[in-house]
Design a protein around this ligand. Structure first.
Ligand code: NDP
Length: 324
């Protein structure tokens, strides 16, 4: 039996229920995993609220670290007792134990702890594909990254600055600004109090940036458009403030022949090879000491609603985990 978080209707954090469930034996290609640390990501709030539809009732969560307890037939990637982590597979990471396809699991190097892994698989592999494959950022370039003190943001700032990239980070408070600066942002803009477009133009000699990474969505859409240099790339990868409204392609022409993409991690880690390349690139940066990752907030599994309230209320920085 396991404790698991489930929801029967979409809505606020109050729809999340803690239940006791049977786990069962792993089928062919599956593994039974005992979780040691579970990642909380903004995407979980979109699924819970209904912005990203899921069949109901549903489990929740897509990222965790743990120990393999049993393997089904024809599982070759992992063995009983091994430490693994994942981001992906069916919803249901918010649980003590679960069944999961072995194909999404990555073995953890000894130097990467379980809590650390639960903080970084989803957010870190997202940074990997965004900065190396969606728009390959070059040393010496200046990029704009919104919500720089958040989970994805903190990893991005450290990774990019370790490559010699100048990061202009935006944040919602002065305390977050200090944090973003300490992590390696060349410049930090508080978008609650400052004019982001003016500051970015100033900082880039009027030219604008070649790429904007925007996960805030609705509230920053226009700002991001106006910060881009001609032929720049708008990477819209999230909707923390709400979804970006529909717009005409003509707008991209008027703003300087811009490119616009709306990428998802799953499409950049669709094959086993891509998944391993992405995870290994992340592990390499962490093991080299270029990126420091630890949970900024820990919650008991049963307190998941509080974790969601804090995340959506902009009260968190860095990564959040649940402890089973
Ligand atoms: P964060 O820790 O970054 O939390 C979201 C942050 O967004 C907040 O802390 C807040 O920072 C900022 N924000 C701005 N406006 C709002 C608002 N109205 N409500 C809430 N937050 C707001 O979360 P994650 O690191 O988990 O995820 C960051 C983003 O990346 C999310 O949008 C997520 O969906 C996206 N994502 C996309 C992926 C993809 O492949 N497409 C994969 C992984 C994540 P501040 O107070 O500084 O403004």
């Amino acid at each position: 039996m396991t404790l698991a978080i489930r929801f029967y209707q979409t809505g606020g954090p109050e729809v999340l229920q803690t239940e006791t469930m049977e786990v069962g034996a792993p089928g062919p290609g599956e593994v039974r995993l005992r979780h040691t640390a579970i990642g909380v990501n903004f995407i979980d709030t979109y699924v819970r609220s209904g912005l990203y539809p899921a069949g109901l009732p549903s489990g929740l969560g897509t990222e965790a670290a743990g120990v393999v307890e049993a393997v089904g037939a024809s599982v070759e990637q992992v063995r009983v007792g091994e430490r693994v982590a994942y981001c992906g597979g069916p919803l249901g990471a918010y649980s003590e134990q679960r069944l999961i396809p072995a194909s999404v699991l990555v073995k953890l190097p000894d130097e990467i702890g379980d809590e650390q892994a639960a903080c970084m698989m989803l957010q870190g592999m997202t940074v990997e594909y965004l900065i190396r494959r969606t728009y390959p950022v070059q040393p010496g370039q200046t990029v704009l990254w919104h919500a720089a003190a958040g989970g994805v943001g903190q990893i991005a700032v450290q990774w990019l600055s370790s490559l010699g990239v100048n990061v202009i980070g935006t944040v919602g408070s002065d305390a977050k600004a200090e944090l973003a600066r300490a992590l390696g942002c060349a410049h930090v803009i508080n978008y609650s109090t400052e004019n982001v477009v003016e500051r970015v133009r100033e900082l880039t000699g009027g030219h604008g940036v070649p790429v904007v990474y925007d996960s805030v969505g609705k509230d920053t859409f226009e700002i991001s458009l106006n910060c881009l240099a001609p032929r720049g790339m708008f990477v819209s990868f999230g909707n923390a403030s709400g979804a970006v409204p529909p717009f005409s392609p003509l707008l991209l022409a008027q703003k300087g022949s811009l490119f616009f993409t709306r990428p998802r991690l799953g499409d950049y880690t669709a094959s086993r090879e891509e998944l391993e390349v992405s995870a290994n690139a992340l592990f390499e940066r962490v093991q080299a000491g270029a990126i420091k990752i630890a949970p900024s907030q820990r919650y008991a599994l049963a307190d998941v609603a509080e974790a969601h309230r804090d995340l959506e209320g902009r009260r968190t920085t860095g990564s959040l985990i649940l402890l089973p």
